[in-house]
Ligand binder design. Structure first.
Ligand SMILES: Nc1ncnc2c1ncn2[C@@H]1O[C@H](COP(=O)(O)OP(=O)(O)O)[C@@H](O)[C@H]1O
Ligand SMILES: [Mg+2]
Length: 382
């Protein structure tokens, strides 16, 4: 078992800074998800931890050991890739045991007797059988990869990593080749597996839903830079900046440029087409920005149809009139595209709504859940 510590880790490819001074501590036994849009540096970061990519600067520690100059095979890590190439001519059993059969240790004797097998047959068999049981592959051990489904092949790739009993698992979008249903299923299996094995894991994905459902903590990256690292719910409720606010949650948070104005103790956010009164705690936090422009953020699920019994009591300060543009029924909810002046927003409304396309309706904003950002620094103000 081990923690992984990245200290100012940087990778430059000529003019591209793929990973920029990344600081991150992954705790022992933790399942940490590294998430961000394509090209933000996730794979590069993971490959540096694995030792497959040399860092330009910064330090990588696994446990207490600095591993920058340790070769990949001696880092005690196992990596599962998106393209988990299995050997097509080998059985599942052989694919899983291959790495163990190959592994050799120094013997202390002169060449060509200078190494010995690291694992004997019995030990290899024990590990393969155990991994096969964990992954429900016991009955498939003699099959060839082409006789397996995509999900089963993915489990073999995991098995190959598990038998090595590494200190750290590195997984780079391991589910992205699976269809949607299988992905959800395998996601749950991976979490159960992690709970049983308790091996420190860094899991890379571009999919925020996968990140939210799997991570003990989530590290959000953009353009090679760490944006925020926290628990899924803290990221959702307290995004540190506009990027994280817009990246976490689906449909994404609505953003509207507003001007803050004060009247006595009250603070209003004015977008031109609507004007809402900020709750006391937010009003206090943005006092120094009165008279300035701010980015106001509200999630689709925090907007309610006023004519339905909602969680939030309608008041003049939290109610706005909007036009209904598009209705996308999803079953329990309707995704409603609404307009307020020149602003387009999305609201996730209870499907009991009677609203029709082309109508104007009143919606209630749960302003306690709204966010305000500095439009220049993009950092959260509240
Ligand atoms: N070997 C390479 N040579 C040059 N640029 C690279 C190389 N590998 C990655 N990059 C660049 O580094 C950035 C980060 O890439 P990557 O780590 O693969 O992102 P992600 O995994 O988040 O999609 C991208 O701009 C990519 O084009
Ligand atoms: Mg990648």
């Amino acid at each position: 078992m081990a923690s992984v510590t990245l200290n100012q880790l940087t990778k430059e490819f000529k003019e591209v800074v793929a990973v920029d001074k990344l600081n991150l501590e992954i705790h022992d036994k933790e399942f940490l998800v590294l998430v961000g849009p394509s090209g933000c540096g996730k794979t590069t970061a993971l490959r540096m931890v694995a030792g497959l990519e040399e860092s330009t600067s910064g330090e990588i520690r696994i446990g207490d050991r600095v591993v920058n100059d340790v070769s990949p095979k001696d880092r005690d890590i196992a990596m599962v890739f998106q393209n988990y190439a299995l050997y097509p001519h080998m059985s599942v059993y052989d694919n899983m045991s291959f790495g163990l059969r190959l592994k050799r240790l120094p013997s202390g004797k002169p060449w060509p007797f200078n190494t010995v097998r690291a694992f004997d047959k019995a030990e290899i068999d024990k590990r393969v059988q155990e991994a096969a049981r964990l992954l429900s592959l016991e009955t498939l051990l003699q099959r060839k990869p082409k006789q397996l489904s995509g999900g089963q092949r993915q489990r073999v790739a995991l098995g190959r990593a598990i038998v090595r009993e590494p200190k750290v698992f590195l997984m780079d979008e391991p589910l992205s080749n699976l269809d949607a249903k299988l992905r959800v299923q395998t996601r749950a299996e991976l979490i159960k597996l992690h709970r049983r094995l308790e091996i420190t894991t860094i899991y890379v994905t571009h999919d925020q839903v996968e990140a939210m459902t799997m991570g003990d903590r989530i590290a959000v990256m953009n353009h090679g830079l760490m944006q925020q690292c926290d628990t899924p719910l803290n990221l959702y409720h307290h995004p540190a900046n506009i990027f994280v606010a817009g990246f976490i949650g689906s449909p994404a948070m609505n953003f509207v440029t507003v001007t803050l104005s004060g009247e006595g103790d009250k603070v209003f956010a004015d977008s031109g087409s609507f004007r809402v009164q900020l709750p006391a705690t937010q009003a206090a936090a943005v006092k120094s920005h009165i008279g300035q422009e701010c980015t106001f953020g509200i999630r689709p699920e925090d907007i309610y149809d006023k004519s339905l019994e909602g969680l939030v009591k309608p008041t003049p300060g939290n109610t706005i009139t909007v036009g209904v543009d598009v209705l996308e029924p999803l079953g329990s909810d309707v995704e409603m595209h609404i307009t307020s002046g020149e602003h387009n927003l999305i609201a996730k409304i209870d499907s009991k709504t009677q609203a029709k396309v082309g109508e104007n309706i009143d919606v209630v904003l749960d302003l306690d859940k709204a966010h305000l950002f500095d439009p220049k620094t993009e950092q959260a103000l509240t």
